[in-house]
Design a protein around this ligand. Sequence first.
Ligand code: KDG
Ligand code: MG
Length: 408
Amino acid sequence: MKITDAKVFVGGPGKNYVTLKIITDQGIYGLGDATLNNRETLPAKYLQDYLIPNLIGMDPRNSEDIWQFFYRGAYFRRGPIAMAAFGAIDMALWDIKGKLANMPLYQLFGGKSRDGAMVYAHATGADLEDLMDSISQYVEQGYRAVRVQCGIPGMPTASYAVPDKPGENEHYMSDFSGIRPKVEIWNSDRYLRYMPGALAEIRARFGPELKLLHDVHHRLTPREAAEFARAVEPVGLYWLEDPTPAEDQSALKLLRQHSTVPVAIGEVFNSIWECNKLIEQELIDFIRVAVTYAGGITHVKRIVDLAGLHHVRTGFHGAPSHSPISMAAQHHLNAWAPNFGIQEYLVLDTPECDALFPSEHRMKNGMVYVSDAPGLGVDFDESEAQNYSYKPGSHPVVRLEDGTLWDY
Ligand code: KDG
Ligand code: MG
């Protein structure tokens, strides 16, 4: 069996998805997702210029050797661009393998460990009352877990994942006004004074059963993060996400000395080499990698197995950065993983998105039910794809009130 061709598409409804289609001499094709939010053209170019010319003629069944060929064969290894490109190839090869075996991927991993996988939604508010309304809407839809973010009084601009005005959407999802970033102003002191009380009010309003998650988005110093984690301990968070910038991994030791709040990290990690110390030293409780930028199913499955040895559960990244193709790969891993925790779920379930990526994966009452179709169980409509093209976009940058650049 041989790979005869591979094509890359960039674009999508309200997003720039990077979709790879690998075609074989037996009429079976596989799909992969190389979307790297706001840098989408780069993995696409890496695929087109370097990886696809090598891929043609290879036997698609040898997904492990192909992964090793690209990873070990690249002298300058790792990084999100390369790992997103390898990840897309790997997903597509697993898709082909599943179709050859006529089995859904979770069967090839070891079968189902659960019927449905719990997901969490993003509740967001310009202020606390706006956030309470947003949480109520998700609770009414049957969600059992919600990430909660709200505006901080006195902050000169909206902060991370918070709309400017009540009722609007969180703005990081859809800023395609160009490649020059907007500026958000941040003040850690105001955040530290306000947010623990706001989280306590949310807990009081919604009771003990609702799982509450909160994302600090890398903005605190290690000492501040330890103070915050200790302050929010009575809230009983399901997790505290990215309390500090992820590069300084020893920062979490200080937090651990002062708090037992569960910590979730890893959405910006792209290899097991960024996860292994945090996992082995049991400094985190949830690993947040995604099959997209962390080298596909082959590599993420290794991370999941390592995490399982150290009581670390999965909480894969699932912001709209990912297309329904990598989300499908995660649905299969979530159905299988013995150490599954939760799945972030922000697939844009619009008619346009469903037309571009038809699939039988279903979300109901805050649970995802994986499709039994062979392979990934998601398709890609090339004629629909002709309706979309690349739109330049950007994440905001963050500055302190005196102009100092801070972590987004
Ligand atoms: O592209 C960046 C977003 O995916 C990120 O800001 C979302 O932090 C995020 C999350 O937890 O979903
Ligand atoms: Mg996050």
